[in-house]
Every structure is written in C-alpha cells, then in structure tokens.
Ligand binder design. Structure first.
Ligand code: SAH
Length: 534
C-alpha cells in the first residue's frame, strides 16, 4: 500500500498486528499527521516514548497507567527495529500452524507471550486450550472442544477444571460460599457497569447495592485491592473469587476529578457514611488549568482528560499537530478530527496559539490528588511512569474515608505494591494517622519517592520490603504479632497486562508480572490466619 516499512513496524509495535483495520487506520492517521518526519526524528533523538494506547473516550481503554506496558512494550524511540522485525517474523512462523489448527491469531499470540518464543507447538496448544477452557467452558464449551485438537479433548479439560477448582478453593471462591460467579453464565463475564459510578459518589445519593460479604471477610483486617476495570475476560472473576467472591466496585475517576481512570476495587470496607476529600477537585480540564482557556480552540470539545498513563507524546508529534492546526483558521473538519483524536490519546493541552503539549508531571500529580512535587527528583520518564501506575487519590480516599471513624487512634497498614504511595497519601489527606506501615515495593525509584514523602509528613513507623515474594507466611505472622495485626491490607495491580487494551502484552493473570496478583490473596490469607490465632 506504499507505507514506509519503519512506519508499519512502528504501528505494529503500537497496536499489534491482529487488527488489520486498526492498523490501516493508524497508518493513515500517521500519514495525515505527516508523521514520517516524526518517526525519523524519534528514532535518532531518543525522544520520549510515543505510543498509541487506548484512551477511554476512544473506546480504547487505557490501562494501568494503565497500561504500564512500558516494561514489556517497545516504544517507538527504540532503535532495535531490525530485532523487532526478526522477532515478529519468528512469531509469525509460530503463529501460522496454530491458526491452521483453528485457533485465533490473538490466542496464538497470547500463548507465545505466555510460554515464550521457544516453546514447542504442543506446549502452545496446551496453553491456548487451557485459556480457552478457563475462559469459555461454561459458555461455549462445545465450540472450544471443537477447536482443540483431539488429544486435548476430555481428559485435559477435566484436568484443567480440577486445577481451577483447587486454585479457587485455596484462595476463596467456593470455600467462602459465594454463589455469584458459580452459577454458570456469570462466572467468567463480569463487565464493568456503565456508567462506572461505584456504590456511591460524593454528593450523590447512595445507590442501592446488594453487597454480600461472607462472614469470614467482615471487619478487621480491612482489605482493598485495585485493578484496571477493563481487564481480559475472566480476570475479574478470578480476582473476585480469590477475594471471597466479593463484587468489585467499578469507578471511573472522571466522576471525581478531571481525568478518567477506570478501575475496579474489591474491598470489605463499609460503604455507608463515606466522605470525600475537601476541597473537591475540579472536574473539567479548564477548571483545573484555567490558563489554557486562552488558547483552547472552540472545536476541541474535550472537557476531561482520558486516563493519565505512563508515557507521553514526543515533541515531534506535538509539533506535527501544531502544524496541522495551522492549516486553517479553523482547520478543515477532517483535520480537526485527527487533531482531537491525537489530543485525546495523549492528553494534550493547548499551551499557545496552535501549540499543543503534554501535561507536565506536576499537573498529573495535581489531577491524581498527590501533593505538588511528589515525584520531583525522578527522571521525567520515571515520573510519568510511576504516576501513570498510581491510584487516583480522591477516589481511593473516598472509599477509605470510613476508616476515620473506626480507627480514631490511627491505623496499622500492610501496603503491597506501594508504588509512590497513593493509598498512604489518601489516608494522610483524610487525616488518618498511620501508626505503622509495612510497605512492599520492588522499584527503587518509587520507594525513594514514598520514603521521602513519609519522612516529611509522618511520625509513625515505616518498615520496607522489596519483593512481595519475600513475604513468607512466617514473616507475615511475625509482623502480625509485632504490630498486633493489621487494620488495612491495601494493594494495587502490579502491572497492566491485565488490561484488555494492552494488545502487545495482554496475557491476563498468568503474565510474568500480573501473576503477582496471587500474592495479594495469599498474603491476606496469611494475615487473617495469624490474626485469628492472636
Ligand atoms: N498503588 C500504587 C501503584 C501500584 S503500581 C500507587 O498508588 O502508587 C504496582 C507496583 O507494584 C509498581 O510500583 C511496581 O514496582 C510494584 N511491583 C511490581 N512487582 C513487584 C514485586 N515483585 N514486589 C513488590 N512490588 C512490585
């Protein structure tokens, strides 16, 4: 079709290659944006990652920051294109026989991501069969079995179902008596509601919620687990069944601040008498940043930002958009549409006449409810990354606010995957004293930010662990004894390949990092066991 090879490669890197139409659309967009120049410059100047990720309003769900695909997903600034092309064609060679066997390209791709490029065909077939059975057995059992090769009929399926049953039993699910997801059709499919307003929002009357919390999960320790809302099919059901079958509370933070952030939260906190952080944050872009009003064209009708993510547009892209904006006053409608599309994807703002720019890290801190300069001191890409992965503080604080009345003398917190401390900042802003926080975070830069904030604002004790896997049951038990148990066990998704939109590395809960999710219910169980022995 006449597109430059590099541009095709870059587009495949950004959105994968399973959706031909989307790929073509992206290539045409780049062409319209005159992005060939940007591409050339990006690869030589080492500009910030340019990545098309799914913006909420574009029906692309961003992900954890959503999307912190930054560890796994190559950026366009990478120089290793040849390497990438080689890897892709190796991958294609693996995918083709699987597609001939009747598996979808996407499933084949995901299996290769899970099992590695060197995995034998039989291992890949096994892996796809496992995920198909896991995903579909209650709905399209027949279809799955028809798609699997003969050797995977019958016994394999039974084994997989047994494994799943064991796992579920170990972590909750049936063992805790929850029926919500065990009644066939509801089991795997748990689409977030629309609108995503949770069980209540500040200043709105509470929705009537039929909330079932099993007896064993009522009260202390309270727990709170966050994950991107639009995860792959089956992910939420698994998370929920691992946490007493409690129904997630899905909230899009756009109902509380000026930026979207679609997340699900599974918790056993009461939901009555919640109180928001005051002052309520602005809910529109121009209320949050009135200075941009002067330059905001009337045809850019955005009022809120999409999900704030881990990467930003590079200067070449913002430059190209500026050039497009100058093609007329106003520019032609089709160009306006392209400009707005890019502005939505990258959350760009109008900082001058026909001039767009990415949000500054401190602006993102503000939108997410962190104190100014919270992440200052890190390299700028690390600031974007850690903020992109963090909680939206006002949203989380609204849920945690019920702890204030319950623990007037402060709380003892076990914080898993602490990041830059969104949960702790929320507690602090609520005026809840943290007597002790045991924080588990592997990333050195995030730890530095969190410790810096702690030292400046807190008087309690901070105990730090690096790897969540190092927290054995025995260690948990000794912490429980030492601190008299935990009032709150809080954690967030350790990575974003749970996000349905992360086409490059979306591999559900079995992904290299996302499998860490299982540490959360495991540690929670160890806390509960130790506390019940107290
Ligand atoms: N809720 C946090 C961010 C969570 S992002 C906030 O508000 O900032 C998930 C975090 O899990 C990341 O900071 C990542 O570094 C951390 N992580 C990933 N693997 C880990 C591991 N094995 N042990 C501990 N932390 C880990």
């Amino acid at each position: 079709m006449g597109f430059q090879t590099e541009m095709v490669v870059m587009s495949i890197k950004e959105i994968g290659y399973s959706d031909e139409n989307a790929l073509l659309e992206l290539l045409l967009t780049y062409k319209a944006l005159g992005d060939e120049d940007a591409l050339g410059n990006c690869s030589t100047s080492g500009c910030a990652p340019l990545r098309v990720e799914h913006g909420d309003d574009l029906d692309f769900e961003s992900s954890n920051g959503d999307d912190d695909a930054s560890d796994t997903q190559p950026s366009s600034g990478d120089c290793g294109d040849e390497n990438f092309i080689r890897k892709m064609s190796e991958k294609d060679k693996k995918i083709n026989p699987l597609v001939h066997m009747g598996f979808s390209e996407n499933d084949a791709n995901m299996a290769i991501t899970r099992c590695g490029m060197d995995a034998d065909l039989s291992v890949l077939v096994d892996s796809i069969s496992a995920s198909l059975v896991a995903r579909d057995f209650d709905l399209s059992n027949h279809q799955v079995m028809n798609r699997c090769s003969d050797s995977f009929r019958g016994t394999k399926k039974i084994r997989l179902m047994e494994d799943r049953k064991k796992k579920r039993k170990r972590y909750g699910g049936t063992a805790h008596g929850n029926q919500i997801f065990l009644d066939g059709s509801h089991y795997e499919h748990m689409p977030p509601p629309n609108p995503m307003v949770g069980f209540s929002l500040p200043n709105y009357s509470q929705l009537s919620v039929d909330r079932k919390i099993p007896k064993k999960a009522i009260g202390r320790p309270f727990f709170y687990y966050e994950n991107v809302a639009q995860a792959l099919t089956g992910v939420w059901a698994t998370i929920s069944s691992s946490l007493y079958g409690i129904q997630p509370e899905f909230v899009d933070s756009k109902h509380l601040c000026a930026a979207a952030r679609k997340r699900g939260y599974i918790h056993n906190l009461p939901i009555e008498n919640r109180a928001p952080l005051l002052p309520l944050p602005p809910k529109t872009i121009l209320e949050a940043f009135p200075r941009y009003k002067k330059w905001w064209p009337s045809w850019d009708t955005r009022t809120q930002f999409n999900c704030l993510r881990t990467s930003v547009a590079c200067q070449q892209l913002t430059g190209s958009i500026g050039a497009l904006a100058r093609t007329g006053n106003p520019p032609p409608r089709n160009i306006q549409k392209d400009i707005i599309k890019q502005c939505k994807v990258y959350n760009l703002v109008w900082i001058g006449k026909n001039k767009v720019a990415a949000l500054e890290p401190e602006e993102i801190e503000y939108l997410l409810g962190f104190p100014k300069d919270h992440t200052r001191g890190l390299a700028i890409t690390n600031r974007y990354k850690s903020l992109g992965n963090s909680f939206q503080v006002d949203t989380v604080a609204y849920h945690l606010s019920v702890l204030r009345g319950m623990f007037p003398n402060g709380v003892t917190v076990l914080s898993l995957f602490t990041g830059i401390g969104g949960g702790e900042v929320a507690l602090h802003r609520l005026g809840i004293h943290m007597r002790t926080v045991v924080s588990v975070e592997i990333d050195k830069t995030s730890k530095r930010i969190f410790r810096g904030w702690w030292d400046q604002t807190q008087t309690g004790t901070l105990i730090e662990f690096d790897d969540v896997k190092s927290l054995t049951d025995a260690k948990v038990a000794s912490l429980v004894t030492r601190f008299g148990g935990f009032d709150l066990v809080i954690g967030g998704s350790p990575c974003n390949n749970l996000a349905g939109c992360n086409r490059y590395s979306r591999d559900g809960l079995e992904g290299k990092e996302s499998v860490l999710f299982y540490e959360y219910p495991k540690i929670l169980e160890a806390v509960e066991d130790a506390m019940s022995r107290m």
